[in-house]
Design a binder for this molecule. Structure first.
Ligand code: NOJ
Ligand code: CA
Length: 698
């Protein structure tokens, strides 16, 4: 009998591939024709592009070019010598993700330019136009007499057509751990954000923003600017030219080497991306960034399983215990990572449906962590402190069905880390540990390098590639920004790269305000998964941190397990704060790997509601969060399977809940829901709602 294999469902169509007659301009439209890109050479041969969305100009004539060391710039005097046009459609499967199947459907033009007067005589630009945005990249072909080029600047322009409302963080070469500002484009003032007292590293050289940066036009069109497939190249900030309503690529440089990038030819840059949607919610559902990356190179990665985790972490951030073992050479007795403590977490995790336990501070070196200039050679990634028996903890975990998550804080000394990578990963492999949280706190050594420069981009990639060989997945903190690499390397599972929960434990500026995550969902989250570490139940952090608190309600914390996507999702609070808490049931139940995700409603910085269907169980989970404003949210459950009735458990803000005055008041109730149900729920100021929907079996 003939059987249709599953893989045959995932067809790739190259619909057409044409060489077009050469001229000075060429247009390409998205498959549904809502977006159009026009590439054009100006009279002086300068390459430019224009973008229209539903016949409205979104990006006006924007120049493209480069400056190099020693050789002439790419600027003007070009002619088009070849144009290729392609249409492409495929459906590919994510090994883990927000959705199982991803549709990748675009029209493309590849334009070859020539200027025989300069060294880079041939230069190619690729444009891919999707229904949810565009991507373009530069290609430097092989040349006879030049092996490599040193890039001093990339001059890609994004010429805006209005003074849009913009959600931005400063163009920091080192760190993404900033709060978002909402201003008009012309009010962007990145330099006012410099010198934050809680940042171990920050470098904001000019008025620029980091990406993704999200905007709303007066007509309500949403735009988000970012990049995809950042490989062997520096991260891109966007320089703000207020008067011209213009942004220009500002690559993160190397002060040590005196350039932005050095690459061998042939070379293709990352994609410059613009997501363009009518509604804010469509930005979250867009798969543009992963689609612009290469297919999976690792094959089967089923050794990594999306998981919830808890661990020895929050207790250090609130000051209950320490990462280090000694002070002034003597054990201080406050060390968090003890065998006994780890076993307690394993016991609790095992009893409550949490698959993994992270242990920070297990290895030697923490005595010389923050604030030390000499950080090279300090951390050791295989040697435990005397009160921590790694092998025993792993053995105990296995007995209880709980996997340990390894921790490697590099203290931003990547060379020390690289020297130990193989040994450290081999140890993990021997113990059957499949994921590691890495950290890069501090200024990069060597001096003059930055977290987002080419040198570090290559370091981060080396870690991903080496880890893959040992069947290890990476959750990086103080990471390189996410650019969809997870498609190609599905062991790049999640990362920080934003102001995480930790700031609420110690920031001197009052912590993350209630509008933080309703903004993050439409900005940072467009780049990829986030290890935010939600789930604080002891909102006021008593008795450890009287001067700090979480600025949300408890229901908002629960909703984050659905709203903020990550294949690793922490329940970060101390065990004692979860014991006998009925609301913990939601964390036990909530999925971490999804068949489907739908953003039901939302506005940037205000509120957002997302529903996700768990893979292989038919269960749905819904999360909704709001900023300082209380609001009423209407949910139409039409997304549910029409043949099934669901038992919904609803975790909502209590009648008088308020993020500051009364954050822990929560009401838990049950009701039957089906796909004809429409319900209205009230969210408190800084509040939220979390709902689990479990199919009722007759
Ligand atoms: C910074 C990380 O973001 C945090 O989660 C971790 O606890 C510390 N580094 C120590 O590695
Ligand atoms: Ca951090």
């Amino acid at each position: 009998m003939y059987k249709i294999s599953l893989t045959s469902l995932f067809l790739i169509f190259i619909l057409s591939c044409n060489a077009l007659p050469v001229r000075n301009s060429i247009k390409v439209q998205s498959p549904s024709k809502n977006i159009e890109v026009a590439f054009q050479l100006l009279h002086d041969g300068t390459p430019t592009y224009i973008v229209d969305f539903n016949d409205e100009r979104i990006i006006d004539t924007s120049r493209l070019g480069f400056d190099f060391k020693r050789i002439a710039s790419i600027k003007n005097n070009f002619k088009i010598v070849n144009i290729e046009q392609n249409s492409f459609s495929e459906t590919w499967e994510m090994p883990w993700g927000e959705t199982k199947e991803v549709i990748n459907n675009y029209n493309e033009i590849i334009v070859t330019l020539q200027n025989s007067e300069i060294e880079i005589s041939n230069f190619v630009i690729h444009f891919r136009v999707y229904d949810d945005g565009i991507g373009f990249r530069y290609e430097f072909p092989q040349l006879n007499d030049i092996d490599s080029i040193t890039i001093l600047d990339e001059n890609t322009e994004f010429n805006l057509t209005g003074n849009h409302t913009t959600w931005w963080i400063p163009g920091d070469w080192d760190i993404y751990e900033h709060l978002y500002s909402e201003t008009k484009f012309t009010d962007i003032d990145a330099l006012s954000k410099a010198n934050h007292s809680n940042l171990a590293q920050t470098y904001i050289p000019e008025n620029a923003v980091n990406t993704p940066v999200t905007m709303r036009t007066v007509d309500g069109i949403h735009l988000s600017f970012h990049e995809a497939n950042l490989t062997n190249y520096p991260g891109m900030t966007l320089k703000i030219e207020k008067d011209n309503l213009l942004m220009k690529s500002g690559l993160v440089g190397s002060q040590r080497l005196g350039y932005k990038a050095k690459v061998e030819l042939p070379f293709k840059t990352p994609w410059r991306t613009i997501q363009i949607t009518k509604k804010a919610t469509e930005l979250i559902d867009s798969k543009l960034i992963v689609n612009l990356n290469e297919p999976n190179r690792l094959g089967d990665v089923s050794w990594f399983k999306p998981t919830k985790y808890m661990g020895i972490w929050w207790e250090m951030h609130v000051g209950k215990s320490q990462w280090s073992y000694t002070r002034n050479g003597k054990p201080h007795g406050e060390h968090g990572a003890t065998t006994e403590n780890a076993k307690e977490f394993i016991d609790f995790a095992s009893a409550n449906g949490i698959g993994s336990v992270l242990v920070e501070g297990w290895n030697t070196g923490w005595e010389h962590w923050i604030g030390f200039e000499e950080r090279e050679g300090v951390f050791d990634f295989v040697t435990s402190y005397p009160d921590y028996d790694l092998e025993e903890v792993v053995r105990y975990g296995r007995e209880k069905g709980v996997e340990i998550i390894m921790h490697h804080e590099t203290s931003a000394a990547p060379r020390t880390y690289e020297q130990q990578l193989d040994t450290a990963f081999a140890l993990m492999q021997r113990l059957g540990i499949h994921s590691v949280k890495t950290g890069y706190v501090g200024k990069i050594i060597p001096k003059g390098e930055f977290h987002h420069g080419q040198w570090m981009v290559n370091h981060f990639r080396k870690v991903i590639e080496t880890a893959a060989k040992y069947e290890i997945a990476i959750n990086a903190h103080e990471p390189i920004k996410a650019t969809g690499i997870r498609r190609t390397y599905p062991n790049a599972i999640t990362r920080e790269g934003l102001r995480g929960q930790e700031f609420n434990a110690w920031a001197s500026d009052g912590g993350n305000p209630p509008n933080h995550l309703p903004t993050v969902a439409f900005t940072r989250m467009l780049a990829g998964p986030i290890d935010f570490t939600p789930g604080v139940f002891n909102i006021k952090l008593e008795p450890y941190k009287k001067e700090n608190q979480i600025n949300t309600t408890l229901a908002h914390q629960l909703a984050l397990y659905v709203v903020i996507y990550s294949p690793l999702q922490m329940a970060c609070d101390l065990i004692v704060n979860y014991e006998n808490q009925p609301a913990f049931q939601f964390i036990s139940d909530v999925g971490v790997d999804w068949e489907k995700s739908i953003t039901l409603n939302g506005e940037v910085g205000e509120f957002v509601t997302i529903a996700r269907e768990e893979k292989n169980s038919g269960k749905w989970f819904l999360g909704s969060i709001t900023n300082e404003e209380a609001r009423s949210i209407k949910i139409n459950f039409e997304f549910l399977n029409s043949e099934i009735e669901y038992e919904a458990t609803i975790y909502k803000d209590g009648e008088n809940a308020h993020w500051n005055d009364n954050p822990t008041e929560i009401e838990i109730s049950k009701m039957k829901i089906d796909n004809g149900s429409i319900k209205e729920f009230k969210l408190a100021p800084g509040g939220g709602i979390a709902i689990s929907l479990i199919p009722i079996k007759d």
